[in-house]
Design a protein around this ligand. Structure first.
Ligand code: ADP
Ligand code: GN1
Ligand code: MG
Length: 370
């Protein structure tokens, strides 16, 4: 076993027992890819595995409502796939219930846990150079929206209000600047100026939504490459995962956030800024997969904002990292002291590169929408 103290092992055993897993607890491992929740892979004597997660309740203030969203969305997709005769075993997440029918447990210390079946023979990628995998990721997220096109949007809880409201994200940045809680403002003056310069372009998709040019859909809102599982052998898409932020949103959010990670030449916190750029081959692959999977469902206004959405999501995410750095690293998990600052610097370079490439990026979208 690795990563946990004996006490934590007991906690995992307790959680699994509450989810009525009768098997003998064998081993576990921490999966460290995410920035918010704490994720464990747990293995039992029979060989069966589960993903057990401790939800970050600083970020998710109402985790019960979050689980309601996730269960209704996964059940909706499962039924739809079953009706059309598709095999669903490895294609949709399946959460476990307690004896009371809840999809979560809370422990005495107030911690909130959930558990889902492990999708076997699957892989995920924090980042990949493989263009066919990137195209598959695009298809997975496009298909997710297609599956949920007739899902009743009004039934979803707003898990995190204003999640991709870029205007409010900038306001939060300015608030953090004003407070300068961690006394770090003097280290970030240049980069703050860089983000200010991007503000009017970055907030444009959200302002177009406010002006009623863009419709709300059910969106995933956290479309990182690591949030898709692929078949370990064929590298074809299996399931979209990490559904915590499924909420009403803009198609540009999901496209844009996927581009931010999948089409960058570098990782999220690359420190050699000369290595960071938008890679057109990767961009093209993700766009092809995403647009094709949406299969003509987007309005003209929506397609015309996709490239801008990539810029907006990159600047927004970077502004959030900078905000968290100024606030003293309360939101995103960090693995070394200045990681949020490194992430913010990296995203500024990537967003600026997108500004110079925006026309060509949109031309690629238009080509696949034709
Ligand atoms: P986080 O909130 O920590 O990002 P995720 O739900 O994205 O948590 O899971 C983290 C990683 O765990 C994924 O990238 C994937 O590698 C693995 N994982 C999550 N759910 C499953 C599952 N049901 N089956 C197999 N692997 C999974
Ligand atoms: C967080 O949980 P994870 O690591 O998939 C964050 C996303 C950010 C992302 C940046 C609920 O996602 O919004 O884009 O980090 N999730 C939440 O990598 O804030
Ligand atoms: Mg994740």
């Amino acid at each position: 076993m690795s990563g946990l103290t004996v006490d934590e092992t007991q906690i995992l055993k307790e959680v699994c027992a509450l989810f009525q897993i009768k098997d003998e607890f064998l081993a576990w491992e921490r999966i460290n890819s995410g920035h918010i929740n704490v994720t464990y892979e747990v293995r039992f004597q029979s060989g069966k595995r589960y993903i057990v997660q401790k939800i970050n309740t600083y970020v998710f203030k109402n985790p019960v409502e979050m689980m309601q969203n996730i269960v209704s969305v996964t059940e909706f997709i499962r039924k739809k796939m079953q009706t059309s005769g598709q095999e669903v075993g490895r294609r949709v997440l399946q959460y476990l219930q307690t004896v009371d029918g809840n999809y979560y447990v809370t422990l005495k210390d107030g911690s909130f846990w959930r558990c889902c079946h492990f999708i076997e023979r699957s892989v995920s990628f924090l980042k990949t150079e493989d263009l066919s995998v990137i195209e598959e990721a695009g298809k997975a997220f496009g298909e997710f929206q297609t599956h949920l096109a007739d899902f009743p949007v009004q039934d979803l809880h707003i898990v995190i209000p204003h999640f991709h409201n870029t205007v409010k994200r900038y306001e939060a940045l300015y608030e953090a600047v004003k407070k300068d809680e961690a006394n770090r403002l003097r280290e970030v003056t240049d980069i703050l100026e860089g983000y200010k310069k991007l503000e009017s372009l970055a907030t444009k998709p959200y302002r177009l939504y406010q002006e009623k040019f863009l419709p709300l859909r059910v969106t995933h809102n956290d479309t990182k490459t690591s949030n898709v599982l692929f078949d370990a052998e064929t590298k074809k898409r299996l399931s979209v995962i990490d559904l915590d932020t499924v909420m009403p949103g803009l198609v540009a959010f999901d496209f844009g956030d996927a581009i931010r990670i999948s089409a960058s030449t570098a990782g999220e916190d690359e420190k050699d800024l000369s290595k960071i750029a938008l890679d057109f081959d990767k961009y093209q692959a993700l766009t092809r997969g995403f647009v094709k999977a949406l299969n003509g469902r987007m309005t003209e206004a929506e397609t015309s904002t996709l490239a801008l959405g990539a810029l907006a999501m990159t600047a927004e995410c970077g502004a959030r990292f900078l905000t968290d750095y100024l606030n003293g690293d309360k939101y995103f998990r960090i693995h070394y002291p200045d990681q949020n600052l490194a992430r913010a610097k990296c995203h500024l370079v990537l967003a600026n590169d997108m500004v110079s490439k925006l026309d060509k990026m949109q031309a690629i979208v238009d080509e696949y929408c034709r």
